[in-house]
Design a protein. Structure first.
Lengths: 240, 240
DNA sequence: CCCGTATAATGCTCTATAGCACATCCAAAC
DNA sequence: GTTTGGATGTGCTATAGAGCATTATACGGG
């Protein structure tokens, strides 16, 4: 009858909220038993199917595990593989300070290949930002990002000094990034890269070319990254 | 009442099967409308909730899309990114013949590092299979696989000549693979690899070290791959 | 001390029904 | 010609039950 919407949200979502709150508060730890279907139904005054729906969708989201005959248990925290993260976020997740240096930021108008990848007309004006990424004093990566100058007017060095490119796009332009397609291969260090990364010329580097899309499906950033293979490995998880 | 199990399988699964059959037969194409909840309930003689359950779980698997007020539609075929595929499967998905050559297959008993990755005692006997992967006459990859000799007795060259390692494990030993964790970096070709891959010594190669797990969560294969960067790029999709 | 068995608890499948929210389309009004 | 209503169909939330299948546990016998 759906009269269970006391505050506009469906009953099953309220039940999920109550469980999530207990998990976030630390009252429920991974492996702990969550109330059973019948118990939840009684506590929240809903029918069995409703309580069941709350638990079933929580399970499909990977937050709890259900074992027939045994009960429902808080799932161990998932390690997020293959997650699109900014450099700042990556470092933060490892407890390291993000340290990078902007080498140059300029506007180009004759990069038809890159414009094409961003689904822009050939002669579009593009912002190019070159940065080095550092860990323990030594640079280990060289990243060059390309964005539409038209879409992000005034995106300057100043806006990036104080934070990540990702958060600048979101806060200043309301663009939320959703996913990225990456091409990964190996290449040899050219003289300029070798010097910036402090390796020998011809040293093997991991090259990652990524096209980052916003939630609207629009290609937004094209990023070329060169990584010192002795300081960086990419971790990926694949599923069958 | 669960008396719907005419052949042991739940009613909602039979309904799903009927829909999937029509999709596979080409009678239903992406974008086509699937029967509605009420229609399915009537056709299959089940209650609305049961028909609904069939569609809801199909949706969670990404096979159909549901739009309130509009209906249920066959989802466009998903491009499978980050999918664990055997070499044979990868080639097949691009319409190319899989071509590879076994260089050696031997049994080792002193590879403690690799044994450890496979969660085996240090001195465990290991099968090592070295293969080259070819495309258009020229080798572009060198793959070395390690497996437990105890778990896969009799896994010999003969069993691999006629098919992929993945399918041999599944058919002959009942081991189903589920996911893989990969470490990816760049390295320089050593003399032996350079000769086998027909590149210059010191040429940059993409190195992928993957640990492949079975559905039971047991690490089953450790695979070291070296790929010519001029012939191979790895494609990855990441999500936020 | 170990092992089978009974029992209770839990999740799973399913019925039959109700009203709500949203999308689509067609006909009538402007 | 365009807009506005309504009818219809769809998915979504929810109820109040029933029996089945599987698991854990406690208890008794060996």
């Amino acid at each position: 009858m759906a009269q269970g919407r006391r505050n506009g949200t469906p009953a099953y979502q309220r039940i999920q909220g109550a469980i999530l709150k207990r998990i976030e508060a630390g009252q429920l730890k991974p492996g702990d038993a969550v109330s059973s279907e019948r118990e939840l139904a009684r506590i929240h005054g809903v029918s069995l199917m409703t309580a069941r729906h709350a638990l079933a969708t929580l399970e499909s989201e990977g937050l709890v595990e259900r074992r027939r005959g045994a009960g429902t248990f808080v799932a161990p925290p998932k390690i997020h593989f293959n997650k699109l993260m900014s450099f700042t976020e990556q470092m933060a997740s490892r407890g390291l300070p993000a340290c990078s240096k902007i080498l140059s930021s300029s506007i180009l108008d004759d990069e038809p290949d890159i414009a094409a990848r961003l689904a822009l007309p050939s002669a579009s004006r593009l912002i190019r930002i070159e940065r080095t990424r550092q860990a323990a004093d030594e640079p280990f990566a060289l990243e060059t990002a390309y964005l539409s100058a038209e879409q992000f007017p005034g995106l300057t060095r100043a806006g990036l000094e104080r934070g990540s490119l990702f958060s600048a796009l979101q806060q200043d332009y309301g663009v939320v990034l959703a996913h990225a397609d990456e091409e990964i291969d190996a290449t040899a260090a050219d003289p300029k890269s070798a010097e910036l990364l402090n390796v020998a010329r011809g040293a093997p580097l991991l090259r990652i070319r990524q096209l980052i899309f916003s939630i609207t499906g629009k290609p937004t950033i094209y990023m070329l990254g060169l990584y010192r293979s002795d300081r960086h490995t990419l971790l990926i998880r694949r599923f069958r």
